[in-house]
Design a protein around this ligand. Structure first.
Ligand code: UT7
Length: 347
């Protein structure tokens, strides 16, 4: 089977509705809690422009970024992931005993192994099982997809899905084309098994849609790590190429999510996009016909936190009361791989 056929086959199998006729009781992954963690240290564009040839105006105009949080040595992927997970569990009124599985999306784990997720498991005092997932900036949407499938098949009932990243440790701080773009942080959600009718009116994860195209692996990658080098490596990006793919692949992914649930664009209350570039976010929002007030934007303060950016944005909008029960969230992300995807969740 060639790659294009395989990808089309996978996409056609993803919607939950494919498994059950409308009206039948189905298991749904309900979004029970959301939490986030940001390092204390903030670095402004102005501060960066003292060490690298850039300016606040260039960074703001081209990306929308105004500042980023940068982790201290003790703020590792596991440390921040644990803090975000604790906040999500507290928000859900859940305890570590309610967690059957932890899926942690990251490209910047504490160690090659054990998985950072098991470090978080130990710190939280959970049972069950825990593993990491690698899909770069699409990691949270991928992890959500895996967690949703595990809940719907009855394998687990409570899952922590975490995105935690310390990209400051894989930056080439001399490369102005990349080092101004990223920040550190972690976000988490706690999903609980519930039930629905198998329609777009259900609460919970309505569907997820994940894709990759390995032929584009060299437009965004890290030039190191254990298999090929004795150093962790630095992030390398062909920004223009990634931008080009982002706009059209994300547009397709949001359409795919709506079509899978028989929902119209007007059903979306909040677009919660991966926060890579405000120009990409604006393009997706415009395609959906969503006014800017219906897009959760954190890029100005967090910059691009890769797999953490979507759950961090959700945590912020939840904490300030923007997210309300019954509302529909549309998540979309694209990152190294190339990986991309979308998800629809009804709160
Ligand atoms: O999270 C994973 C997904 N990532 C993304 O989606 C990122 C997608 N790409 C982008 O967001 C944009 O391509 C960037 C923000 C990375 C770059 O924006 P651009 O409009 O594509 O700029 P460019 O790379 O074409 O650079 C334009 C100019 C160049 O100068 P010349 O050759 O025109 O003289 C760059 O050298 O801007 C220069 N430049 C900078 N100038 C000041 C590049 N970086 C900087 C900088 N400060 N930090």
């Amino acid at each position: 089977m060639d790659l294009a056929v395989e990808m089309a086959d996978l996409a056609s199998r993803q919607p939950a509705e494919a498994a059950a006729p409308a009206g039948a009781r189905v298991v749904r992954a309900i979004l029970a809690g959301i939490g986030g963690y940001l390092p204390e240290k903030i670095v402004s564009n102005e501060e960066l422009s003292r060490t690298v040839d850039t300016s606040d105006s260039w960074i703001r105009e081209r990306t929308g970024i105004g500042q980023r949080h940068i982790a201290a040595p003790h703020e590792t992927c596991a440390f921040m992931g644990t803090r975000a997970a604790q906040a999500a569990l507290a928000d859900a009124g859940a305890t570590p005993g309610d967690v059957d599985a932890i899926i942690l999306a990251t490209a910047t784990p504490d160690q090659a192994f054990p998985a950072t997720a098991v470090r978080v498991q130990a710190a939280l005092g959970c049972g069950g099982f825990a593993f990491d997932l690698s899909a770069a900036c699409s990691g949270f949407v991928y992890a959500l997809s895996v967690a949703d499938a595990m809940i719907r098949t009855g394998q687990v009932r409570g899952v922590l899905v975490i995105g935690s990243e310390v990209y400051s440790r894989i930056m080439n701080w001399q490369d102005r084309g990349t080092c101004v773009l990223f920040g550190d942080g972690a976000g988490a959600v706690f999903l609980r098994a519930g039930s629905g009718d198998g329609t777009g009116a259900d609460r919970g994860v309505l569907s997820t849609h994940i894709h990759s195209d390995g032929r584009l692996g060299d437009i965004l990658y890290v030039d190191g790590a254990v298999g090929r080098s004795d150093r962790p490596g630095h992030l390398v990006m062909n920004g223009k190429e990634v931008f080009r793919h982002a706009v059209h692949r994300l547009s397709d992914a949001v359409d795919e999510a709506l079509a899978a649930n028989g929902l119209d664009r007007s059903a979306v209350d909040w677009l919660v996009p991966h926060q890579a570039n405000m120009r990409i976010v604006d393009a997706i929002a415009k395609r959906l016909g969503l006014p800017v007030g219906h897009v959760v934007v954190t890029i100005d303060r967090h910059a691009n936190t890769s797999a953490a950016s979507i759950p961090l944005a959700m945590a912020e909008a939840h904490a300030d009361g923007r997210l309300k029960p019954g509302q529909v969230l549309l998540l979309s992300a694209l990152g190294g791989g190339l990986t991309w995807g979308s998800a629809l969740i009804r709160l």
